[in-house]
Structure formats: structure tokens, C-alpha cells
Ligand binder design. Structure first.
Ligand code: NAD
Length: 262
């Protein structure tokens, strides 16, 4: 076991599943205490109990300001403060734009954007009390850097996360807080979030093959691919990186595939 995060404390929202669960595992494997925060409290408990370091689950609805207050109190009382926040909780709906229910729009804005805002705001208040540097990583998407024909609400919420992150980074730097804030922009990641899409396709492998065909490296991402980059941003190796949008897309946004030669 390496000790990159030995003695540190992290809150990982969406920690019960997918990318968040992979982050919780990798952080704990490297010595971090992890608060696995998720609206799915049973799965959060399962993940927390499987971790090698002293960790705990917290039933957090990221849209609740009061719940964010409670989790920060728990972090301070149980672990003495907070070093890392990874905002991974997220939801997505795909819709024909003209028919998109307002409820889908509202839910994505609330969880993806308001939830991330509340997390950043409450984490800063606790992190600035401690001497150790703090790091916040927000999970946006490649859809937070470009639009999507049938994911307008998701894309708008993730675009909000992109610029919220830069603003938080500048705010902390301007105040002289030793707290960095960066965003992560994954391509398709094979997690539970894709389950409804796979169901619509009728076959998960056909869905994954179609997605992989859009990625120059030829495959969709695994949760561990994303977690590794998040750990780098949380570590002291990234001490000079803030306000950055880290794209993890197998080359998808790099440019156009060959269309002019055979
Ligand atoms: N999977 C992908 O293809 C992909 C691609 C780009 C970005 N992302 C983003 O990565 C993040 C993680 O996605 P994932 O693929 O791991 O999804 P996932 O569905 O596996 O995990 C998301 C977790 O968020 C939790 N959650 C949902 N609403 C919540 C709420 N109100 N409060 C607290 N927890 C809540 C869920 O219970 C779940 O455990 C999301 O923000 C997602 O938008 C995913």
C-alpha cells in the first residue's frame, strides 16, 4: 500500500456506485479515510464496510443544504476535518428536446449543478479551518464542454459544473485559501448510469461497441480510468493545478477522425 493519502479525509458523493465507488476504493487503498456519501444509503454502507481504512457511510441527498451541513459536522467530529471532496453524484435523462419534461430538467439541475455548488460551498468552510491543503474535484463530462442533441438538460447542467469549478478555484485562490478546485470530463464510462441506455438498446455490448466506435482509443472508459486521474488531482503532485478541466476521453475531443483518405 502506498501512503499518498495517509491520514487524510475525503467525502465522495455518489460513492455507492460507478466512478464514485472506484474513487472511494482507490483513495482508501492509498490510506485515506473516506466518507461514502450517497442517497442510496444501503449501497453506501456496503462500499464503506469494504474499504481497508477507517471509513463511514453517510445518507446524503446532495440537493439538501441541511444534509451538507450535517456531513461536514460528521467529518469534523469523526476525522477532525476535511482534505478532499469529490462531487461524483449525478443523474442523466436523454430526451427529445421538444418533449423534455420540466421535471427532468429540474432534477438534473438540482442534483448535478446545485448539488455540486452546495458541496463546494460547505467544503470550503471546513477545509479552510485546517492547515493541510484542500482539493475539490467536480465530475462534469465531455457533455459539459459541448452540446448533445438529445441530452440538452444534462449538457447544460454539466456546462454549469465546468464554470462553477473555475469560479470556485479563483475564489479560493483570491481569498488565499490553500484549496484547489478542478473538473473532470469523462467520455462514456461503463457504470450503472448506462443501465437505462443499455436497456433501451436491448444489449449492453451493442451499446458499448457503438460508443467505443466514437472514441479514438477504441473503447469506453472504466471507472478506474477516471478514478486514477481524480486521485492525481487530489494529490500533492497537482499542487499547482487549479481551475483546470481535465478531459478523459480516449481522444474523442482531440479532433476529426480521418474523412479525407481511404
Ligand atoms: N457513466 C458515464 O458515462 C459518465 C460520463 C461522464 C460523466 N459522468 C458523470 O460521472 C458522475 C458519476 O457517474 P457514474 O457513471 O458513476 O453514475 P452511477 O449512476 O453509477 O453513480 C451515481 C451515484 O450518484 C448517486 N446519486 C444520485 N442522486 C443523488 C443525490 N441526490 N444525492 C446523492 N447521491 C445521488 C446514485 O445513487 C449513484 O450511487 C456523474 O456526475 C455523471 O454525470 C458519467
Amino acid at each position: 500500500m502506498t501512503a499518498r493519502f495517509s491520514g487524510k479525509t475525503a467525502i465522495v458523493t455518489g460513492g455507492a456506485s460507478g466512478i464514485g465507488r472506484a474513487v472511494a476504493r482507490q483513495l482508501s487503498d492509498e490510506g485515506c479515510h473516506v466518507i461514502v456519501a450517497d442517497i442510496n444509503s444501503d449501497k453506501a454502507r456496503e462500499v464503506a464496510e469494504s474499504l481497508p481504512t477507517r471509513s463511514m457511510a453517510f445518507a446524503l441527498d446532495v440537493t439538501s443544504e441541511a444534509a451538507w451541513g450535517d456531513i461536514m459536522n460528521d467529518a469534523e467530529e469523526t476525522f477532525g476535518g476535511l482534505d478532499i471532496l469529490v462531487n461524483s453524484a449525478g443523474i442523466g435523462f436523454a430526451d427529445n428536446f421538444e418533449d423534455m419534461p420540466l421535471a427532468h430538467w429540474d432534477a438534473m439541475m438540482s442534483v448535478n449543478l446545485t448539488g455540486t455548488f452546495l458541496g463546494c460551498q460547505k467544503a470550503i468552510k471546513l477545509m479552510k479551518k485546517t492547515v493541510a491543503p484542500g482539493s475539490i474535484v467536480n465530475i462534469s463530462s465531455i457533455a459539459g464542454l459541448m452540446g448533445g442533441e438529445d441530452i440538452a438538460g444534462y449538457s447544460a447542467s454539466k456546462g454549469g459544473v465546468t464554470l462553477l469549478t473555475k469560479s470556485v478555484a479563483l475564489y479560493c485562490a483570491g481569498k488565499g485559501y490553500d484549496i484547489r478546485c478542478n473538473s473532470i470530463h469523462p467520455t462514456y464510462v461503463d457504470t450503472e448510469m448506462l443501465d437505462p441506455v443499455a436497456e433501451a438498446f436491448g444489449d449492453r455490448q451493442i451499446m458499448l461497441d457503438g460508443m467505443a466506435a466514437q472514441v479514438p482509443l477504441g473503447r469506453v472508459a472504466k471507472p478506474g480510468d477516471i478514478a486514477g486521474a481524480i486521485l492525481f488531482l487530489c494529490s500533492s503532485e497537482a499542487a499547482m493545478i487549479t481551475g483546470h478541466q481535465m478531459v478523459i476521453d480516449g481522444g474523442q475531443l482531440a479532433g476529426l477522425p480521418a474523412q479525407h483518405t481511404t
